[in-house]
Design a protein around this ligand. Structure first.
Ligand code: ADP
Ligand code: MG
Length: 595
């Protein structure tokens, strides 16, 4: 029987080469606002306020993935953020990119990092903070978690960040501009967060520029209440309701959590997700105002428009900030950025220390690039030579490139739809780094090179996870020229350990750990049983596959799909799938080389 599958057309987008989207968008933004913005640092991903960082002022660094324009770089400017680290579409910026922003924003009084609460952003900002501490820059982090739909109030710290970023950024930016110290600026950000609640609704999916395909399925007449900013599933799917019904449903949990009473004052943000016009947003605002008036809650100020989008998703979110005198004062302080201007700001102060910062960046890059001293006596036994190892890595990269759509689609179901694209970016960078490096270098050196390339290229959760995996795996075989079965098993075990160390996920959490752990166990068993290196790799692949399959039956407890609960059951974890793809390709390449 012939099944008729409707062909999904590729979404139309105005763009040039897919790999140039982010640099070109950044260039366009900085070019459009030369009086406010400049680019700084080697990564090309730190958008900095021309007069933001000032000696003695706490620096505000914001960031996150692209696709949320005007967030995040649109909030860089006087009185708000000093710098933004710009990630790829729906993927956190890498630690190196965040460090560029950090160095640029450093005025010697510490830095507050503000970003949406997603695993990838948390890990990348944490890694950046650790490195910044080494440079003598103290960083505090506030992960914005305003989305009431993403977890119950008792688990507020697991909630996602959506448009509430807007208020948290504004309040913290004003506190820093006010000359408050690091503790006080962090406290202001936390207070704003505690008083901010949001919820959104999606009417359509959006599509990543690289794939052009919708990142989730939704019926023509349906809406998803509580949808996340990357298309993460929300609380309920239903027929599209009237504007008033939708506004009421979004407001309901917000009002009850903020416990708004007669005489309270709020600020409102009615935010469009990318494809919903002001006409509809104003209709929503009308209802919000009506509901608040009925409760005698006063509106101090409203913003209606696009402030944190999801590419071209149709839909909107409603955010309320409950005000007290201090928050109101900070909200009203002047700021001037591409996305938000309040009042009038004073004339720009002269920017300082740019040259010193750029020099620091250069030194750091040089140190990271310098290869370790060659070890003296390397063990030569083993069939996997450095050249074969390289072929295995290249094969993994090629296989990932073939599986981009499959991996992104898996991620679209339970995550945000970027996993294939993100892994492909990382593995392309890995292959390029190896192609540009001496052919006879040791497996250890290649692994460290792979770690740096992957990390610099990829934000998202997988950036730090794979970078740490490669780093640990390389170190585990630093005594080897060639790998035999036992050292191949050691390599896989160390990679697994690296993923676990960085992500702190346990087996059963429905992550790539569920594929890595059995892969390492089976590889070890095969090696201990006297199998050769091919038997060891075969066993690892079988272990990974079984582990990947096991993720189908469990709820997520890590990463962005952790918010889904049992809705994740029935779907394979994308990270576990890519682990299987990678190990499978490495194994096949070893077979091909050794026959
Ligand atoms: P992001 O979630 O930032 O969009 P990716 O889509 O590239 O990143 O990767 C998602 C995958 O990352 C998940 O499928 C899961 O396997 C893995 N992952 C997420 N959090 C963790 C963690 N804490 N430890 C191990 N793996 C994780
Ligand atoms: Mg993802």
């Amino acid at each position: 029987m012939n099944e008729i599958t409707p062909k999904i057309a590729r979404a139309k987008k105005l763009m040039n080469a897919p790999e140039d989207i982010i640099p070109e968008a950044i260039a366009g933004m900085v070019g459009a606002h030369p009086d406010m913005l400049r680019l700084e640092g080697a990564t090309g991903r730190a958008v900095v306020a021309v007069d933001g960082p000032r000696t003695g002022k706490v620096g505000i660094v914001i960031g996150g993935g692209s696709g949320h324009e005007p967030a995040f770089a649109g909030y860089v400017g006087r009185g708000l953020a000093d710098a933004a680290a710009v990630g790829n579409v729906f993927a956190s910026p890498s630690p190196e990119q965040i460090l560029d922003a950090t160095r640029a924003a450093d005025g010697g009084a510490g830095i507050v990092y503000l970003y949406g609460n997603y695993t990838g952003d948390v890990m990348n900002f944490d890694m950046a903070a650790e490195e910044a501490a080494g440079l003598g820059i103290e960083c505090r982090s506030v992960a914005v978690c305003d989305d009431v739909a993403s977890a119950p109030i008792e688990r507020m710290t697991e909630r996602r960040g959506i448009a509430g970023d807007f208020f948290v950024f504004k309040i913290a930016g004003a506190a820093a501009e006010d000359g408050r110290d690091l503790d006080a600026v962090e406290a202001a950000a936390r207070k704003a967060l505690a008083s901010t609640r949001s919820m959104g609704v999606a009417l359509t999916a959006c599509s990543l520029p690289q794939t052009g395909k919708p990142n989730f399925e939704i019926g023509d007449d349906e809406m998803e209440i509580g949808m996340g900013l990357h298309g993460e599933p929300g609380m309920r799917r239903g027929k599209v309701g009237t504007a008033d019904h939708v506004a009421d449903e979004l407001l309901d949990p917000i009002l009850s959590e903020l416990a708004l009473a007669e005489g309270d004052e709020v600020a409102i943000l009615v935010n469009g997700l990318g494809a919903t016009g002001l006409l509809e947003l104003y209709i929503l605002h009308r209802r919000v105002a009506e509901v608040l008036a009925a409760r005698s809650v006063r509106i101090h100020h409203s913003w209606v428009g696009e402030y944190a989008t999801s590419l071209e998703m149709a839909g909107a979110s409603i955010t309320l900030l409950k005000l007290d005198d201090d928050l109101k004062d900070l909200l009203d302080r002047p700021c001037r950025t591409a996305a938000l201007t309040v009042g009038a700001v004073a004339a720009p102060a002269a920017s300082a220390k740019a040259a010193a910062r750029i020099e620091t960046a250069r030194v750091l890059d040089r140190e990271l690039a310098s290869a370790p001293a060659p070890a003296q006596k390397l063990v030569r036994e083993g069939a996997i030579t450095p050249a074969i190892f390289r072929a295995m890595v290249n094969a993994a990269g090629e296989r990932i490139a073939e599986e981009v759509d499959m991996l992104s689609e898996l991620d679209g179901v339970i995550g945000d739809g970027d996993h294939g694209v993100t892994m492909d970016i990382g593995w392309k960078a890995v292959r390029k780094a190896l192609a540009d490096s001496p052919a006879d270098e040791t497996i250890e050196t290649s692994c460290k090179r792979m770690a740096k390339a992957f990390l610099d290229a990829v934000g998202a959760s997988s950036g730090p996870l794979y970078a740490t995996a490669f780093l640990r795996a390389g170190t585990a075989v630093k005594d080897r020229l060639n790998l035999d079965a036992a050292s191949m098993a050691r390599w896989i075990e160390a990679a697994c350990q690296g993923v676990r160390e960085r992500g702190r996920a346990e087996p059963g959490d429905k992550t790539m750990v569920d594929a890595w752990v059995p892969a390492a166990l089976e590889a070890r068993k095969a090696a201990d049983a006297g199998g050769d290196v091919l038997a060891c790799l075969d066993a690892a692949v079988a272990g990974a596959k079984a582990g990947m399959e096991s993720t189908r039956n469990i709820e997520s407890r890590r990463g962005r799909s952790a918010k889904l609960g049992e809705r994740a059951v029935g779907h394979i974890d994308p990270g576990a799938a890519s682990t299987t793809v990678i190990l499978g390709a490495m194994c096949d390449a070893a077979h091909a080389a050794l026959g």
